[in-house]
Write a protein that binds this ligand. Structure first.
Ligand SMILES: Cc1ncc(COP(=O)(O)O)c(C=O)c1O
Length: 400
C-alpha cells in the first residue's frame, strides 16, 4: 500500500534564496577560500579566559548556570548591561534590557511581536540577509529607508511601517558608516512618526579609522527620551559575537520596558530562556573588562586584513568592480561596473574556481540585485585573501 502523502511544508519555505544554503555548505570546505561569511578569526578567541570563566561559573553558581533561568535573562547580567550602556542622558534599568541568544534571536523576536499580516518594514538597503531570513515566515513588504533621503523622505518611509531597520555602524553587507546627520534625521523621523526604529549594532566596536559616532539610542536619549528611564522608539541590538566569540550566543536588546516585556513574551515560546552558562560567563567577562582587553588586537588585525583585501582587489578586480573603503566592520561591498556582469553567476563560477563570495541578491528582499558582491576580510590572513581575489578574478574572466 502506498504511504499516505505527508502534509506539505509551510509555504514560506518555498521563497527566499538558495545562495545562503550554498555558501553555508561551502564554508566547511578547506579547498575553498571563504570570503562569504561574517566570521571572526578563531585565532582571536580568548580560549583560556573563557575556560577559566566557564569552570568558575559552573562551580560557583551551579543552580543558576545549570538550571532553567528567567525568560528575560539573568537578573544580574541585565543590571550589568543596563549600567554598561547608560550615560548621563540615558538612565537604563534592567527593565530596559532583554538578554537574547545572539542578536539574531532579537531580530526573530522583533518579527514575532511587530510584523502582522501585510505589514511593511522600512529597511536600510541592501539589507542584512539574516534579518530577511528571520522575518521571511511573516512575509513583510519592504520599503527602502537608507541610504539617506531627506527628512521628509525618511518620515514617509517610516510612517505606517511596522518598524525601521538599520545597521548604522559598518553595515552588513555594505560596510557603510551612517553619518551623524543621517542618524539625527532618522531619530527625528522615528520620533515624529512614532515608529519603532531598530538599531542593529554588532560591529560598533570594530572601527578602524576614526572615532565612534553616537548610537541612535544616545541621540534619542539626548532629545529627552532617556533621562527618566528609556521610553523612546529606538530598539538597540548588541552582541558578544563579533568581538568576543559567537559561540556563547549572548546578545542584548535595549528598548522601552513595554517592548522588552513584549519580546520576553515571544521568547517564552521560542527557547524559553537563554543558556545560563553563557550568561554567567558574559557577566564575568564584562566584570573583568574582557571585551575592552580584546578590542585593540582585533582592531589592529582586522584593519590590516581590510587593507590587504583592498590592495588585492585594486590589483585584480578594479576593472570590473567599484567599491568604497569601509571604515570598520567585516566587509567590502563591491558593485559591478558592467550591468551585464551577474554576481549570482559569478558566485557559482567562483565556487568552481575555489572561492566563495556572497552575491548581492542575498541582501535584496526581492532577490533581484545581480550587480553587488560582499567580501569578508576578517577570517583569512592576507595571503589567503589575495589568493581568494585571484580566484575570483579568474572566475569573472570566464563569464566573458
Ligand atoms: C547585521 C547583523 N545583525 C545581527 C547579526 C547576528 O549576530 P549574532 O546572532 O551572532 O549576535 C549579524 C551577524 O552576522 C549581523 O551581521
Amino acid at each position: 500500500m502506498a504511504a499516505p502523502a505527508r502534509p506539505p511544508f509551510a509555504a514560506w519555505l518555498g521563497g527566499g534564496n538558495d545562495v545562503t544554503a550554498a555558501f553555508l555548505a561551502a564554508a566547511g570546505r578547506p579547498d575553498i577560500v571563504n570570503l562569504a561569511g561574517g566570521l571572526p578569526d578563531p585565532a582571536l578567541f580568548p580560549v583560556e579566559d573563557l575556560a577559566r570563566l566557564a569552570a568558575a561559573a559552573v562551580r560557583e553558581r551551579p543552580a543558576e548556570v545549570l538550571g532553567y533561568g528567567p525568560v528575560a535573562g539573568m537578573a544580574d547580567l541585565r543590571a550589568a548591561l543596563a549600567a554598561r550602556l547608560s550615560t548621563p542622558a540615558l538612565r537604563l534599568s534592567a527593565a530596559n534590557v532583554l538578554v537574547v541568544s545572539g542578536g539574531m534571536q532579537g531580530l526573530d523576536l522583533l518579527g514575532k511581536v511587530l510584523i502582522e499580516e501585510g505589514a511593511s518594514v522600512a529597511a536600510q538597503w541592501p539589507t542584512y540577509l539574516g534579518a530577511l531570513d528571520a522575518w521571511r515566515p511573516r512575509r513583510p513588504r519592504y520599503r527602502p529607508l537608507l541610504p539617506a533621503t531627506d527628512p521628509a523622505g525618511l518620515a514617509a518611509a517610516l510612517a505606517g511601517a511596522a518598524f525601521g531597520y538599520v545597521v548604522p555602524n559598518f553595515s552588513n553587507p555594505t560596510g557603510r558608516l551612517v553619518p551623524e546627520g543621517e542618524r539625527r534625521a532618522l531619530v527625528a523621523a522615528a520620533r515624529a512618526t512614532g515608529t519603532w526604529l531598530v538599531e542593529d549594532d554588532p560591529y560598533g566596536s570594530l572601527g578602524y579609522d576614526g572615532p565612534a559616532l553616537p548610537r541612535l539610542l544616545d541621540l534619542d536619549a539626548g532629545e529627552g527620551a532617556g533621562a527618566g528611564g528609556y521610553e523612546g522608539p529606538v530598539v538597540y541590538l548588541g552582541t558578544l559575537s563579533k568581538l568576543v566569540v559567537p559561540g556563547l550566543r549572548v546578545g542584548w536588546v535595549v528598548a522601552a520596558p513595554a517592548m522588552i516585556a513584549a519580546l520576553a513574551r515571544a521568547r517564552q515560546g521560542s527557547d524559553m530562556c537563554g543558556a545560563g552558562l553563557s550568561q554567567a560567563m558574559a557577566l564575568a567577562a564584562f566584570a573583568e573588562g574582557l571585551p575592552e582587553r580584546l578590542a585593540p588586537r582585533a582592531v589592529a588585525l582586522y584593519r590590516g586584513r581590510r587593507d590587504a583585501l583592498l590592495a588585492a582587489m585594486a590589483a585584480g578586480l578594479g576593472g570590473r568592480f567599484a567599491w568604497e573603503v569601509p571604515a570598520g566592520g567585516m566587509f567590502v561591498w563591491a558593485r559591478a561596473r558592467d550591468a551585464g556582469l551577474d554576481t549570482d553567476r559569478l558566485f557559482h563560477a567562483g565556487l568552481a574556481a575555489g572561492v566563495c563570495i556572497t552575491p548581492g541578491s542575498a541582501f535584496d528582499p526581492a532577490g533581484r540585485d545581480r550587480g553587488g558582491l560582499r567580501l569578508n576580510f576578517t577570517l583569512n590572513p592576507p595571503d589567503r585573501l589575495a589568493e581568494g581575489v585571484r580566484r575570483l578574478a579568474a572566475a569573472a574572466a570566464t563569464l566573458g
